[in-house]
Design a protein. Structure first.
Ligand code: FES
Length: 99
């Protein structure tokens, strides 16, 4: 098991999970039984697995080309990221949609 683990606080569930730096957030949520909407299975194609970054934006991975194509260049307004493309290097708080 990788030695560096970071905490994700998940709203509105008020649940905390731990994640390493090589697992994407969608996968980490899935392992805890939290399933976000998706039809592409985590390949940055459907744009449905959005989460909102509430705290810790300094610890999130940079947005890459495919994700930017789906979400646009508006993170500074929406605070939304695709969880399947999101990796973290520190503790964060996210909000997931009510499905
Ligand atoms: S699961 Fe489809 S874009 Fe993330």
């Amino acid at each position: 098991m990788p030695d560096k683990l970071h905490k994700i606080k998940i709203l509105p569930l008020n649940k905390e999970i731990w994640i390493d730096e090589i697992t994407d957030v969608r996968e980490a949520l899935l392992k805890e039984g939290i399933k976000l909407k998706s039809i592409c299975g985590g390949y940055s194609q459907c744009g449905m697995c959005k989460v909102k970054i509430i705290e810790g934006k300094e610890f999130i991975s940079e947005i890459k080309f495919l994700e930017k194509g789906l979400l646009g260049n508006v993170f500074h307004i929406t605070k939304e990221r695709l969880s399947c493309q999101l990796y973290i290097k520190g503790d964060i708080t996210i909000e997931i949609p009510n499905n």
